[in-house]
Write a protein that binds this ligand. Structure first.
Ligand SMILES: NC(=O)c1ccc[n+]([C@@H]2O[C@H](COP(=O)([O-])OP(=O)(O)OC[C@H]3O[C@@H](n4cnc5c(N)ncnc54)[C@H](OP(=O)(O)O)[C@@H]3O)[C@@H](O)[C@H]2O)c1
Length: 327
């Protein structure tokens, strides 16, 4: 079968298309014919050896994939040949076929276009879990989204609006302001060294009820200083580099909380809530209420270009590798 193979050493990597054997399945596994694989930040971190889970090179990248079940292990009872499924994991999606644990796949029962559904589980799942289960966001609250044009940022804007929040998008480049408003943000500003005052002034001095923080570094303390009374600052990622330290006197003075978000662990600790969230996202997707922005599609051989564009942040919205046709 055809596959993208990642060869990496330290933080440098290269991707090549290669012919590799079709993977074998065991009793509790299924084999899928992969249709699409969407690119996510962990794909990059894994290739650079910076993710919390190590994948030994050479390996097939691709942590979020959509496909059709072609083979069932002997012990698999709850799935059928031909089921269309979604999967998130660490790697393996950028290949004609992928073998998965049967307990790890989500069967798509809803009527949603492939290109919309294939990027729904990772970023939208994280954003929904963060806003609903961790921040307990309420309609009418103010929501500030940092790294707004990225995967988690886009999903947080769209889901925040669906949940009734008033949303400020904070982005790093002028050409992304329009994108953030187009996908639903009420206002969009550029990230600056005056982030605290920018947030304060957008909230008329009150401060933000909820902050989605994928940036870390100096932005975290600035944003946390601009939370409202009993505000919730969601720690999601650290793409700007440093893991920040936060003065706890801010929490005391504002009754505010720094709230951790770990989607992978939530999935293991609370599988029923995880599945219920996924079904809600699929429902919204089928109603065309989320993930409506047209994604950038790459051919199989352009995986490295997709990674390069992901690093340079030159594309807003999802980037998807088309693996093969359904029939
Ligand atoms: N905690 C969890 O459970 C969980 C789950 C999934 C992902 N994550 C993490 O969340 C983070 C974001 O993921 P993502 O999918 O949203 O990534 P992404 O698509 O690359 O988006 C990150 C965005 O942050 C902004 N940005 C990037 N580098 C920056 C810098 N140096 N300074 C300022 N802004 C910068 C850019 O948006 P703008 O140009 O609009 O500012 C960029 O699009 C990653 O660290 C990922 O590992 C965590």
């Amino acid at each position: 079968m055809k596959a993208v193979v990642c060869y990496s050493e330290g933080s440098s990597y290269r991707l090549e298309t290669a012919d590799v054997p079709i993977p074998e399945i065991s009793d509790n596994q299924v084999r899928i014919k992969v249709l699409y694989c969407s690119l996510n930040y962990p794909d990059l971190l894994i290739a650079q050896g910076r993710y919390q889970v190590t994948v030994n090179p050479p390996y097939i990248p691709g942590c979020e994939s959509l496909g059709i079940i072609t083979d069932l292990g002997q012990s698999v009872k709850n799935l059928n040949l031909g089921d269309k499924i979604l999967h998130i994991g660490t790697h393996g999606g950028m290949a004609d076929y992928q073998v998965l644990e049967s307990s790890d796949v989500i069967v798509i029962e809803e009527d949603i276009p492939d290109l919309q559904v294939c990027a729904l589980l990772y970023t939208y799942g994280t954003a929904y879990h963060a806003l609903k289960d961790r921040a307990h966001i309420r309609a009418g609250e103010s929501l500030v989204v940092l790294g707004a044009s990225g995967g988690i940022g886009t999903a947080s804007i769209e889901i925040g609006k669906l949940l009734g929040a008033k949303v400020l998008a904070v982005t790093s480049s002028p050409d992304k302001l329009e994108y953030c408003k187009k996908i639903g943000a009420d206002s969009a500003i550029l990230v600056s060294d005056d982030l605290k005052n920018d947030i304060k002034s957008w909230t008329n001095g009150k401060g933000a009820d909820v902050i989605v923080d994928v940036l870390g570094a100096q932005y975290t303390e600035q944003a946390y200083r601009a939370t409202a009374w009993q505000g919730r600052h969601l720690v999601v990622g650290f793409v700007a580099g440093q893991i920040p330290k936060i003065p706890t006197n801010i929490s005391l003075l504002k009754g505010s909380s720094v709230v951790g978000v770990f989607y992978g662990r939530f999935r293991k600790e609370a599988p029923e809530s995880y599945l219920s969230n996924v079904r809600q996202l699929l429902q919204w997707g089928s109603e065309d209420r989320i993930n409506k922005h047209v994604p950038m599609i790459y051919g199989f051989a352009d995986a490295e270009l997709a990674f390069d564009n992901f690093i340079s942040k030159s594309i807003s919205g999802k980037q998807i590798i088309k693996i093969q046709e359904e029939r």
